[in-house]
Design a binder for this molecule. Structure first.
Ligand code: DQA
Length: 146
């Protein structure tokens, strides 16, 4: 069966390209989404994209992904460090989530060192810039089915 990936970007990632370019680079969210889509398709998978600044909307989206998407690649933004609700949604629907952070959160402020997602994720990549998203897609491509 074709693997179907949902790429979810959380709060403020709609500002990619404008926001703190020294930390997050100059590519826009549209650039990142197009890159991820073509990378997934080149590996025989399908990828849809979603972004929201709202915690509840992200929870709804994770819940609704059940039965539609086999995997999620998610950069939860600042909700990584605060959201038990997003963690519970992932656990609740048994979503296979690969966590992506563009920056190296472990070399930044201490409040970014804790993630509510890492221990329940199928993998995590930090500090690799936009190629980190592609690394997540590669990992999913290589994962055994089921
Ligand atoms: C981020 C890191 C988070 O700490 C921050 O709040 C973000 C982006 C990253 O991609 O490096 O919004 O998830």
């Amino acid at each position: 069966m074709t693997k179907k990936i949902l790429l979810i970007n959380g709060p403020n990632l709609n500002l990619l390209g404008m926001r703190e370019p020294e930390t997050y680079g100059s590519q826009t969210l549209a650039d990142v989404e197009a890159l991820c889509r073509s990378h997934a398709e080149a590996k025989g998978m399908m990828l849809d994209c979603f972004q929201s600044n709202h915690e509840g909307v992200l929870v709804d989206t994770i819940q609704q992904s059940r039965g539609v998407y086999s995997h999620i690649v998610m950069n939860p933004g600042a909700y990584t460090h605060t959201s038990i609700a997003i963690r519970d949604a992932i656990i609740g629907v048994e979503a296979k989530v690969y966590e992506v952070h563009i920056s190296n959160v472990y070399e930044r402020e201490e409040f970014r060192h804790h993630s509510y997602i890492s221990d329940i994720a199928i993998g995590t990549v930090v500090g690799k810039g936009i190629p980190g998203y592609l690394q997540a897609i590669d990992f999913i491509a290589e994962m055994a089915e089921g």
